[in-house]
Design a protein around this ligand. Structure first.
Ligand SMILES: Nc1nc2c(c(=O)[nH]1)N[C@H]1C(S)=C(S)[C@@H](COP(=O)(O)OP(=O)(O)OC[C@H]3O[C@@H](n4cnc5c(=O)[nH]c(N)nc54)[C@H](O)[C@@H]3O)O[C@H]1N2
Ligand SMILES: Nc1nc2c(c(=O)[nH]1)N[C@H]1C(S)=C(S)[C@@H](COP(=O)(O)OP(=O)(O)OC[C@H]3O[C@@H](n4cnc5c(=O)[nH]c(N)nc54)[C@H](O)[C@@H]3O)O[C@H]1N2
Ligand SMILES: [Mo]
Length: 787
């Protein structure tokens, strides 16, 4: 049942309240706190019903992160506060009414925050903004599909279109989406991975021949050392804390490497256990290395060097010689390179003491089974690719790959971002995949690589890309360089967004741009097609593939599934240009899965295996058989030049990160409970000593200026300084607001990911004028005042 929409109040940053950060995560208080306003607004009952079906057998896969389910699987409901938020946010019975569009101009909506936009509720009918207009108007599905396909058919070349994917799309939707795009004739497939784990994919493919984790779920429980680098599990992968707790109970050790002492790395009070409710919970990290941002490559090299030196002192006892001889190449080069590593450079780059590095090296040498996990704190660094290659070096030295309790573990973000890649969402899919796709659907797929996210913005800016379609996500807010991205998007001739909820990408549209919002079913909802109820499938961060079936009534009758929307656009655009039964795909998702089985490696008999209890694990060469799909068939130890960030005196290295109350660009609320922030997001976290040295104090209102890449001034205005125990020389602010500061051209070497961790900034006392983001490129009024 839907309700009329109660008014939503914008947050006032003047209400901001700062208190001491927490040193533990995930106890009971968290369950109710932060979502209270949204729960109240949205009506809890429906979401509680939904929650009970989350991550359970025959339920739907939680869309909040890609952390795997325990292998004994879904027998008990694993509680996760942030999963609950994601579900509530989607399953809300509040909907955007037809009148809304006449009441609110696009100009007005553009002045609204992401919070306000999201709180308007679920989108229920397709809407269209014609060129020259300032309002969306409801239109029917047929007309919407015709508008899109007519536009696509009118383009001079298929490369004038770009098709974005956010990592929530199911395997089925992703597979037919990439088929449609390639059938049209382009590989222009920017996706959220480009901003996320691209560096992991690049570094791992080049060294071990696969861009995915080499561990299975139980390995997390059974490793004796888990090194968690650049990741905040308490907020972003809360169910990982249960695995860390079990690993500790099994006698394992945890080391955390992070500029911030994140609560979820320190202590965990498991709300599902009595001792988590009362008592101090479980201590997690045995060692915490408070690294200077960007210093990880130096740290990893220093550890590998210590490992090699220990081997020299006691030959035959430290390295896994058998493994290296049989499976690896490049040891001599690595050894020669690390011999030249200068300890002073390491100490400066990391901000650590030699003894701390010794201690970690010692733990690693003593460990028989090590897993290294990492996330955005590594992949979004300027040297992210090289840093991950050093993670692989370190693991290979002691044979920590392809055996129980050991391996490399990038922790993916979006719940199906890994599956989308497996299904072909990539602007550079290999020829083997394209060959299979072309054979199955009797056409010649384009071979030339397409644009990634950064290149897509450049293409729009330069007028080469005229049409943009997004399967989910919020591209404008997620991408770097807000000013550049916003002005590029406004150059489009047509902007089409397939979405569940309103967001900024619907509001930043050029006057002459035609724009459509196509509302879609969420993962929680029942999906009925001509042949009956349908399910979809997803892949988690350890390559486990399983089904997901929505269990609540759709929030509105007129919603189409992603599969249906993509099928209809494809059919209207391509006709019978390729041998694909688009209507059949929409009617029966089994038919899509039959093709997946023929085209996607590892997905043979997909329809049968996906129906097995708990799904199945995709094959993984390094994990299963120490098989490395590199040109030589060996795992490659690599030499990576150390090139620490150059941060001049008086400047800080700023990282952009997530608060506890957000999912990427979706802002559920204004609290960041573990870090002690309430009712606001316009904060810049700085070490108290740095703050004092710069002549400021906690509570000062500052302007944060981004610097040094292209000479343009970019700034966040009137941000409150928070004296915070981050590493010296570092600062932090929330994404997506801080995307204002990240230059489009500042990308990670080798992966072209925006450098979202590692912006050199200068702090100044706040100048007069409005708060928010500014840039040389845009007038201040065009920037999000508050997100
Ligand atoms: N609730 C919730 N869950 C989510 C998301 C969400 O927004 N909300 N987003 C999802 C997505 S798409 C992703 S990709 C993941 C993201 O999960 P995370 O990678 O945990 O996300 P971030 O908030 O970007 O945190 C990065 C961490 O890296 C640290 N860090 C920053 N710079 C450095 C550095 O130079 N070195 C080291 N060692 N550490 C550094 C930061 O202090 C922070 O703890 O979470 C997923 N899950
Ligand atoms: N500065 C900075 N920038 C970053 C990052 C950072 O750490 N710092 N992180 C980057 C990372 S890791 C990522 S993954 C990207 C995220 O980039 P995106 O994936 O583009 O962004 P999201 O905020 O996850 O997208 C949210 C929107 O998706 C839509 N949506 C939600 N569920 C569904 C669904 O089931 N179907 C459809 N069709 N739509 C749905 C809703 O309309 C919602 O508004 O941002 C990147 N940008
Ligand atoms: Mo991500």
């Amino acid at each position: 049942m839907t309700r009329s929409n109660p008014p939503v109040e914008e947050a006032d940053e003047n209400d901001l309240d700062v208190s001491k950060p927490k040193d533990w995560a995930a106890g009971l208080p968290g369950v109710y706190h932060s979502m209270q306003p949204a729960f109240k607004h949205m009506g809890v009952e429906r979401s509680v019903r939904t929650l009970l079906r989350m991550n359970q057998k025959q339920g739907f896969d939680c869309m909040s992160c890609a952390w795997p389910d325990p292998s004994d699987h879904r027998s008990t409901f694993e509680y996760c506060e942030n999963g609950a938020k994601a579900v509530t946010w989607e399953a809300t019975p509040v909907t955007v009414s037809s009148d809304f569009w006449a009441e609110h101009s696009i100009t007005e909506l553009r002045g609204r925050s992401e919070f306000w936009l999201g709180m308007q509720g679920r989108l229920t009918e397709p809407v269209y903004k014609a060129a020259g207009e300032d309002h969306y108007r409801p239109i029917g599905w047929d007309r919407a599909i015709t508008l899109v396909s007519d536009k696509l058919k009118s383009l001079g070349s298929p490369d004038e279109a770009a098709f974005y994917t956010s990592g929530r799309a199911s395997n089925e939707a992703a597979f037919i989406y990439q088929l449609f795009i390639r059938g049209l004739g382009t590989n222009n497939m920017p996706d959220c991975s480009n901003m996320c784990h691209e560096s992991s994919g690049v570094a791992m493919s080049q060294t071990i021949g696969i861009g995915k984790a080499t561990v299975a779920y139980n390995d997390y429980l059974n490793c004796d050392l888990m090194i968690v680098i650049g990741q905040n599990p308490g907020t972003n992968h809360p169910r990982m804390l249960s695995a860390m707790e079990k690993q500790k109970e099994n006698g394992g050790q945890i080391v955390a490497v992070n500029p911030l002492p994140e609560a979820g790395l320190r202590r965990f009070k498991n709300p599902q256990k009595p001792k988590g409710v009362v008592g101090r919970g479980t201590d997690l990290a045995d060692q915490f290395l408070q690294i200077r941002a960007g210093g990880d490559m130096a740290l990893l090299q220093a550890i590998s060097k210590r490992v090699l030196e220990a081997e020299d002192r006691n030959p035959g006892t430290v390295l896994d010689h058998e493994f290296i001889a049989k499976y690896c190449e490049g040891l001599d080069e690595l050894r020669a390179h690390l011999a030249t590593l200068d300890e002073q450079t390491v100490l400066e780059a990391t901000g650590l003491r030699s003894e701390e590095i010794d201690e970690l090296a010692d733990r690693y040498i003593k460990s028989k089974k090590t897993i290294i996990t990492w996330a955005m704190g590594v992949t979004q660094q300027k040297n992210g690719v090289g840093t991950i290659k050093e993670i692989i070096n370190l693991l290979l030295l002691r044979g920590n790959m392809g055996r129980a309790g050991a391996g490399a573990s990038p922790i993916r973000g979006h719940s199906n971002v890994q599956g989308d890649r497996t299904m072909g969402i990539w602007e550079q899919m290999p020829d083997s995949f394209l060959d299979a796709l072309g054979k199955e659907f009797r056409f010649e797929p384009p071979r030339e690589h397409g644009v990634d996210s950064v290149a897509a913005v450049r293409g729009m800016r330069d007028g080469d890309i005229k049409f943009f379609l997004a399967l989910g996500g919020n591209f404008v807010a997620a991408m770097s360089d807000t000013a550049a991205t916003e002005s590029a998007m406004q150059n489009l001739e047509m902007n089409v967004q397939i979405s569940t909820k309103l967001n900024r990408s619907h509001t930043v549209v050029g006057t002459d741009t035609e724009s459509l919002i196509l509302p879609t079913l969420g993962r929680t909802e029942i999906d009925i097609q001509a042949t009956g109820p349908q399910f979809v499938s997803v892949e988690d961060t350890v390559s486990a593939v399983h089904s997901s079936e929505g269990r609540v009534e759709p929030v509105a009758p007129g919603l189409l599934s992603e599969v249906a929307i993509v099928s209809r656009i494809a059919r209207a655009t391509l006709g019978d240009r390729i041998a694909a039964d688009w209507q059949g795909f929409e009617d029966d998702y089994d038919r899509i899965r039959d093709h997946i089985a023929h085209v996607v490696p590892g997905c043979e008999n997909y329809n049968r295996r996906i129906r097995e209890k708990d799904g199945f694990l995709l094959a993984n060469g390094p994990r299963d058989a120490r098989k490395f799909n590199t040109p030589t068939g060996k795992a490659v130890m690599t030499v990576n030049e150390l090139d620490p960030l150059d941060c001049p005196p008086g400047r800080l290295i700023l990282q952009t990160m997530r608060s506890h109350d957000q999912f990427n660009t979706t802002i559920y609320g204004y609290n960041d409970r573990y870090r002690g922030i309430k009712k606001g997001r316009h904060v810049v976290f700085v070490n108290p000593e740095d703050l004092a040295e710069l002549g400021f104090k906690d509570g000062d209102l500052l302007d944060v200026h981004g610097e040094y890449v292209d000479g343009k001034d970019r700034a966040l205005r009137k941000f409150r300084a928070v004296a915070y125990p981050t590493a010296r020389g570092c600062a932090a602010a929330y994404y997506p607001e801080a995307n204002v500061l990240v230059p489009l051209d500042d990308t990670v070497k080798g992966s072209n990911t925006p450098v979202s961790k590692g912006v050199i900034v200068r702090l100044e006392r706040a100048a007069d004028g409005p708060a928010g983001g500014t840039s040389d490129e845009n007038a201040q009024k065009d920037m999000p005042a508050t997100v």
